[in-house]
Structures are given as C-alpha cells and as structure tokens.
Design a protein around this ligand. Structure first.
Ligand SMILES: [Zn+2]
Ligand SMILES: [Zn+2]
Length: 336
C-alpha cells in the first residue's frame, strides 16, 4: 500500500509499504477514506513539533471503512477515528479522562497515522459514522476539540462569550458555543477571515485586534465576558485575554504554547476567575460533533476549503504548508 512518510523536516515521500493483514488483539483494520490536515501536520513537516520522532506516517483526522468484521463492526462500515490512543490504566484514564492519559499516543504524531491506505485502530477509538459523508467523518476530530472546550466551560445560553483566534480550532469552538445559544463574539487579527466567518457561519459580533481592547470590552457591555476561549497559539495573546474575562467568569485555554504565561494575581483573584486547560476530546465530544453534522447544525461544506487526491499528496501538502492563510480545512481523499 502507499503511505505518506515524513522522513525528516521538509522531506516527504509517498512510499510503498506492506498492507497490514491482521490487527493486534482489540484493534480493528480500517481502510482509510479521507484525511484532514491541520496545524500539527504542518508543524511536523516544518520541524516545529518538539520531541517529534522521524520518520513518521502522519495523518490523525481520519475517516475510513472497516476492513473486516470485528468487535461489532461490519466490513464496509464508515467510521470516524479518535486518534488519541490512551492506556486505560493510568489515574486519568481510570477517572474517565482518557483525553489527558499520562501515556497518550496520538496516531499520526506519536505512532504512525492515517495518510496510508490501511491502519489498525483500537476498537474503542472507532465511532460509527453511517449518517455522515466520508469528508464529514474526517472533520469530526478537529471540531471535537472545540466541542470539548465548550463542554468543559459549562457555558449556557445566558452567557456572553469571546473566542480569540479564529483558526480551525477557534472556529469549531465558536460554532459549538453558538449552538448552545450563547452570544458569541470573535476576536482575530485578520479582518478578511472575520468577514468570511460572518458570511459563511452567521457570526454577528466580530472584532479585529486593530479595534483595540476598549472596543472589545465595550462590546461585552463593559463588564467583560462570562467565558473567554483562547485559540491563538500565542503566549502574549493568552496573557492579554485575561483582561477580557468578567467577574465570576471562566478562561479556557484551548491552544497550547511552549512558553510561560504570566498574569497579575489581584486581577485574577478579584474576578474569582476559573482558569481551565482543555486538551484533545473524548467519545462524548466526537458524538456531539457527529450529531451536529448529521442534524445540519454545522455546515461542513463551508469548512472544506482545499482538497487533494492521495497520489498528489506530496505536492499538495507542500503547497498548503507554504501558504495556509485561506485554509480552513484541507482534505486528502485516500479512497472513495
Ligand atoms: Zn489536527
Ligand atoms: Zn492512561
């Protein structure tokens, strides 16, 4: 079978490898249909992913068809893959939080992923996607990260929400906050992106960095936001975001940075702020996204902005990685 191997930063090859014929105990063989590409993949290509081991078959946003009857799945069933392989034994796993398992291994990051024709996946990491198209099923994972952040925040229809950083993860977060009926404000440096999100997804409250913090605070009614989500990937932006949280409010850090984050304790304390990390997603979040897609709440056609077929994947990935300003989600078709 063909597999896209990142041999070293900047070195991509479409290699021929033996097609897996059997899966380990408890795992199921999946014939990959679609693979979504995201920031993590670009970082791996560029060598900006710390502790990353090359060579690696990348690809972690996956849909596919079951290759053989196993564990209640039937050959040909369309499934979404949860790429977070947890140990099931650590304290986090035992307490129902496999998304932050201490021994987590992410398919396509810590072990070989799905830019290949066939992949073995633990049965418990496969979710039925009969109500979705293959493209949609490959978009469940990145949206589940936003759905997870929104679920953790416990936000309600009464809340006024600010999402900072409108890349794909911020957009997913904003969509699920909106689906809960909250008043959702968006803040991003890129005015064109905000305009596109207004038109495509019906967001009405958008603010650019150029508007300045006073204008953003004024849009909250002056009291700050009940829930602020950061999806910027910038330590400085995370620090600036503390000021937007209202008294009694919650600050959810969705993006990860490799830096220290500082804040002034009196400002934090007087708000009795809840500061929360949000990592990956769980089965419940995948199911929330699948239901939203099947019910038409999320217009996935507008999320898929770029596409390529597997034989062209090397050129496509290089091009997307070099200029990703206008990409929301790029999807590689491995098989129909
Ligand atoms: Zn991703
Ligand atoms: Zn674990």
């Amino acid at each position: 079978m063909r597999a896209l191997v990142v041999a070293a930063p900047g070195r991509l090859t479409l290699e021929t490898r033996p097609r897996p014929q059997s899966a380990p105990e408890g795992w199921v063989l999946v014939d990959i249909a679609r693979v979504g590409i995201c920031g993590t993949d670009y970082h791996i290509l560029e060598g900006n992913q710390p502790f990353f081991e090359y060579p690696r078959v990348i690809g972690h946003e996956l849909s596919g068809r079951i290759a053989e009857d196993a564990h209640g799945f039937r050959r040909g069933d369309l499934v979404t893959v949860n790429p977070y392989v947890s140990c099931g034994k650590c304290r986090a796993c035992l307490r129902g939080k496999p998304n932050c398992c201490t021994n987590i291994a992410v398919l396509g990051v810590h072990r070989d992923g799905g830019l290949a024709e066939r992949l073995a996946v633990p049965a418990g990491n496969l979710y039925p996607a009969d109500d979705l198209a293959p493209d949609q099923a490959a978009m469940v994972e990145f949206l589940a990260i936003g759905a997870h952040a929104v679920r953790r925040s416990r936000l309600t229809a009464e809340d006024r929400v600010l999402v900072v950083g409108l890349g794909p993860i911020g957009l997913g977060t904003a969509l699920f906050a909106k689906a809960r009926g909250a008043e959702v404000h968006l803040l991003d440096a890129n005015a064109e992106r905000l305009d596109a999100l207004k038109g495509d997804f019906g967001f009405t409250h958008t603010h650019t960095l150029a508007d300045g913090p006073q204008a953003v605070m004024a849009a909250s009614g002056g009291a700050g936001f009940d829930v602020v989500f950061d999806a910027t990937g910038s330590a400085r932006a995370i620090e600036a975001g503390f000021a937007y949280v209202g008294h009694g409010g919650t600050y959810v850090l969705v993006s990860v940075v490799k830096d220290e984050i500082r804040f002034l304790d009196p400002e934090f304390h007087k708000r009795e702020m809840t500061l929360m990390g949000s990592r990956n997603a769980t089965r419940e979040d995948f199911e929330t996204v699948t239901a939203a897609m099947a019910g038409g709440t999320i217009d996935t056609a507008k999320l898929k902005t770029h596409a390529a077929h597997f034989p062209d994947v090397v050129a496509a990935l290089s091009g997307w990685s070099a200029d990703r300003r206008d990409i929301v989600k790029a999807i590689v078709t491995v098989a129909e």
